[in-house]
Design a protein around this ligand. Structure first.
Ligand code: FAD
Length: 341
């Protein structure tokens, strides 16, 4: 398999309190990564992804920044329980919310914890390119701004190339389409990076498209939580589902190989590979179930599948037969997928 998606023990070397409800965890993880990527933690019996706020080009260590989600399981547990010296289980970095080779300006729109991968991209773009970088950072109020000092310091160091605009909802209500258009201004040929709450990203994307940006200029990272799916808090291990009685069968089979077990079930129309694997009585890894986090990745060794959404695998990985099983539906009669041990 092209990538290692197993979990590895990693020591936390430092914790930085960024705001009242956000902390940065500095990890002793010697892996290469690209700015804008994320790692997935196994904690509290579930899997959650967190983007790097560090840049491989400017920071010595890999850092993730976690913001509390009210009522959220893992974000609160990490912030309340993890400290220097603790060991966490983490995957190697993954994700495609990365810089591409271009001289075009980088214009980013981020909200709340969405600033995390954007900071990583900004640091790398400033350090490794001559591109102009402009960021609109939306937050509820001034106390909620994560990385305010870091962004201000970067602006001081790169006054000609970096512009950071802070938008505060308490002063100006939510960001509007007009504000997005005004911020873009003449930079219609920029690469646009979007990360924040779903309604914020929808509005921003709509405004950019209406302003003449092409879909190939817009890069999005969706933090879509597992709780948005019915399986939200299902444990990472030990997941089994009874087949729905009325599920329409199709000609063909789905074979799933996981942790030395090989199971074959008849194909059901409209069912994802992840659902088939659960129906087969297996407990495959998954997290966001929205095609964002790559936790459910597997290798197709026979047959073909089409993904409904793919925000995590690049073209080469898809060509190599990797699939996000939460989004992959078989298009061949028979298919075999193998999860990495
Ligand atoms: C690629 C990617 C990168 C990410 N990067 C970051 C990052 O850099 N920083 C960051 O802070 N986050 C990031 N996230 C989001 C992160 O993975 C988690 O989704 C987030 O921290 C919430 O997880 P949680 O376990 O705390 O909350 P969850 O337990 O998943 O709960 C989320 C919300 O749903 C509600 N809820 C949960 N279960 C139920 C239920 N059964 N019924 C009703 N409501 C329910 C909770 O009350 C809460 O409001 C990223 C996500 C992805 C996919």
């Amino acid at each position: 398999m092209a990538r290692d998606h197993g979990f590895h023990p990693v020591r936390i070397t430092r914790v930085v309190q960024e705001t009242a409800d956000a902390r940065t965890f500095v990890l002793d993880a010697p892996w290469p990564y690209r700015a804008g990527q994320f790692v997935t933690f196994r904690a509290c019996g579930v899997l959650r992804s967190y983007s790097m706020s560090s840049s491989p080009d400017t920071d010595g260590a890999l850092m993730t920044t976690v913001k509390r989600v009210p009522g959220g399981l893992v974000s609160n547990w990490m912030i309340d329980n993890l400290g220097p010296g603790d060991v966490v289980e983490v995957t190697r970095p993954a994700g495609v919310f990365c810089l591409r080779e271009t001289a075009a300006p980088l214009v980013a729109f981020c909200g709340g914890s969405g600033v995390t991968p954007v900071l990583s991209l900004v640091k790398s773009a400033l350090a490794t390119t001559r591109r102009r970088v402009r960021v609109l950072v939306a937050d509820r109020d001034a106390d909620a701004i994560i990385f305010r000092a870091q962004l201000a310091e970067l602006s001081d160091r790169h006054p000609e190339r970096l512009e950071v605009h802070h938008h505060l909802d308490v002063l100006n209500d939510y960001v509007s389409e007009v504000q997005v258009r005004n911020f873009v201004n003449v930079d219609r040929h920029a690469d646009f990076y979007l990360c924040g709450p779903a309604p914020f990203m929808e509005l921003t994307e709509r405004a950019l498209l209406a302003h003449g940006a092409g879909t190939d200029q817009i890069f999005v990272e969706r933090f879509g939580t597992a709780s948005e799916s019915p399986a939200g808090r299902a444990p990472a291990e030990d997941f089994g589902e009874e087949p729905p009685e009325e599920e329409p069968r199709e000609e063909g089979t789905v074979t799933v190989v996981l942790a030395g077990k090989r199971r074959t079930v008849p194909k059901h129309a409209g069912e994802t590979l992840l659902q088939s694997a659960r129906r087969a009585g297996l407990a495959p890894p998954f997290s966001c179930e929205a095609g964002n986090c790559a936790t459910c990745i597997a290798q197709i060794t026979d047959g073909e599948a089409k993904m409904r959404v793919n925000n995590a695998l690049d073209d080469d990985e898809v060509a190599d037969g990797l699939v996000l099983t939460c989004q992959g539906e078989p298009v061949s009669a028979d298919i075999t997928v193998v999860y990495e041990d």
